[in-house]
Design a protein. Structure first.
Length: 134
């Protein structure tokens, strides 16, 4: 994190779906500048602005916004809520997360619920992930 109230959030999402006749792909890249409005020992809350890009057949970028918070329950466990939103080709693309995170130094392992809205499609899923903070 540079400065005390700002950080940069880079994200990459890749989804694939196999139907009877073909396989569909979706990728979403995001680069958001986060402003940490509340930063205490137990709570971190932010909003963010930046760019989000949908790859493959769409291959377009749009202005992205986000907000979120992380509650540090007891070392090394935290609860995270975040929401990212953009509009590409007049269709909404958003990602909402509610995760339980286990921190190991500058890294974390996460598990929880994610919701995606990609145009008219809505996807609810279980999530597993890893991350790093520098």
């Amino acid at each position: 994190r540079f400065l005390k109230r700002f950080s940069i959030d880079f994200g990459y999402l890749y989804l694939t779906e196999k139907s009877n006749f073909k396989r569909d792909y979706f990728s979403l890249y995001s680069a958001l500048l986060k402003y940490h409005r509340i930063r205490t020992q137990n709570l971190d809350a932010w909003f963010s602005l930046g760019v989000m890009h949908v790859g493959y057949d769409v291959n377009k970028s749009g202005f992205g916004v986000g907000l979120g918070g992380e509650l540090f329950v007891k070392k090394p466990v935290s609860l995270l809520f975040s929401h990212k939103w953009t509009k590409i080709n007049n269709e909404e693309v958003n990602n909402t997360k509610m995760l339980l995170k286990y921190h190991i130094r500058r890294y974390h392992i996460s598990s929880g619920y994610e919701h995606f809205k990609i145009g008219v499609s809505k996807i609810n899923t279980f999530s597993l992930g890893i991350g790093a903070s520098f």
